[in-house]
Design a protein around this ligand. Structure first.
Ligand code: SAM
Length: 419
């Protein structure tokens, strides 16, 4: 008998033995067809990447390292400026000041003021991953949090605060969208007491865990933690004012909704997006993203609920809400001038890596990372077109999670030069 099916090419072409049943024969023929189709698809994705490159679109990562010397900072800043100039030149919104501001944001992000190692011993133990996770996983989680918090500090350095009518500054509001039980939001509230933090999640049991955590922390500290609030809601329905939207591993289009919600309010964004690969329209869960006039273009009415991270991304009911932004794919006008919706979705469908995700050096992972980089860069370009100063970086160390891309940006109307 043939050994159990494996996805290797070798087993696809093994000769059929006599013991094989007709069913096995049919199954194998189907798999061969699937394999051929996959291969053909991959070639097409490469062509789409080539199309983007022919249009001089190339994702550029800014470094995630501390810039020790001025020389390094200047080089990083120059790289950020060049890449953003190239993207902006062919986009609909070119703003002269943005490249300079991108360089400034990069400089802040790589500066010692923003690279402050988290003192985990100072945090309440319930917020320290090492206290409730296996060591290897906790170490990875702590790296992820460190990266997000470094970038948040850079954003806060450049964020112009909102003002009341009497001209007093309003405390910045940070929303941790799709927060789960609050792995990121709790440390943010602790480390940035000058901010008000909202944890937003639609899963009832995750919300209950977050609320339980908050009550225990309040009980332990005699009522502190007044700067944190847990909100049980689908992010589509959230329409309170906020200044910075953050999100770790919000699945597929949820990251896009978060970013679009930030655009609506000219709020800064900081995202480590999750599975782009499930941006498949026309299957799975139906979500409605209404236009202002109530009509819904057909190409955004359906999105897949399948997620390679194993979690379900679901729209909470009732689905259509006026505050929910409309999503277009590709996200940017720049990419839309090169790729059709179908081509973009095909590219996105492979911008992920499930089984091979922890094998960072495999061919599948390398391709997945490359395609994902193009998708993340599309989000940066969309933000540029909406008037944002943006950056794309990779977490440090990159193997702390397969979904290690981080995008962040700040609207030029809220931009503050650093003193
Ligand atoms: C991969 S988890 C990430 C959780 C958390 N950010 C973390 O890093 O631990 C994605 C989260 O998004 C939540 N989610 C899915 N759809 C949502 C929606 N429509 N509104 C709010 N949260 C949602 C899920 O319940 C889940 O907790």
């Amino acid at each position: 008998m043939l050994s159990e099916w494996s996805w290797s090419q070798r087993s696809l072409w093994l000769p059929i033995t006599e013991e094989q049943t007709e069913q096995q024969y049919i199954d194998r023929t189907k798999r061969r067809a699937h394999f051929r189709a996959e291969n053909k698809e991959l070639k097409r994705q490469d062509q789409y990447v080539q199309k983007l490159r022919d249009a001089q679109i190339e994702p550029v990562y800014i470094t995630n390292q501390l810039a020790e010397a001025d020389g390094t900072a200047a080089t990083i800043a120059a790289a950020a400026t060049t890449s953003h100039t190239a993207a902006a030149e062919s986009s609909t919104a070119t703003v002269d000041t943005v490249p300079r501001q991108c360089a400034a944001l990069t400089r802040s992000f790589t500066s010692r003021q923003c690279r402050v190692p988290i003192d985990w011993s100072a945090l309440p133990s319930s917020l320290v991953p090492a206290t409730h996770m296996p060591a290897a996983r906790a170490a990875r989680k702590q790296h992820q949090l460190q990266n997000m918090i470094d970038a948040l500090r850079a954003l806060l350095q450049h964020l112009e605060l909102r003002r009341t009518t009497a001209n007093s500054p309003v405390r910045p509001v940070v929303v941790d969208f799709c927060c789960g039980s609050g792995h990121l939001g709790f440390p943010v509230a602790f480390l940035f007491p000058e901010c008000d933090v909202i944890l937003l999640e639609h899963n009832a049991s995750a919300v209950a865990r977050a609320k339980q955590r908050l009550s225990s922390l309040r009980a332990d500290t005699g009522g502190a933690w007044s700067n944190l609030r847990v909100v049980h809601a689908g992010l589509q329905h959230f329409d309170e004012p906020f200044d910075i939207g953050i999100g770790v591993h919000a699945c597929g289009w949820l990251s896009d909704i978060i970013q679009a919600k930030c655009f609506q309010q000219q709020a800064a964004f900081l995202l480590a997006p999750c599975c782009i690969g499930k941006l498949r329209l026309g299957e799975g869960l139906q979500i409605s993203l209404p236009l202002e006039n109530g009509s819904t273009p057909s190409h955004v009415t359906a999105a897949s609920a399948r997620c390679t991270c194993g979690k379900q991304a679901t729209a909470s009911s009732p689905p259509p809400v006026r505050s929910c932004p409309l999503l277009h794919y590709p996200r940017s006008a720049l990419y839309s001038s090169v790729l059709t919706l179908d081509q973009y979705l095909l590219l996105a469908s492979k911008a992920d890596y499930s089984d091979s995700s922890w094998d960072f050096s495999s061919a599948a992972a390398t391709k997945g990372h490359a395609y994902k980089a193009f998708c993340e860069w599309d989000r940066c370009c969309a933000a540029r077109e909406a008037g944002y100063v943006t950056a794309l970086t990779k977490m440090n160390p990159p193997d702390c999670t397969p979904k290690n891309d981080v995008i962040f940006g700040i609207h030029k109307a809220r931009w503050k030069e650093q003193a």
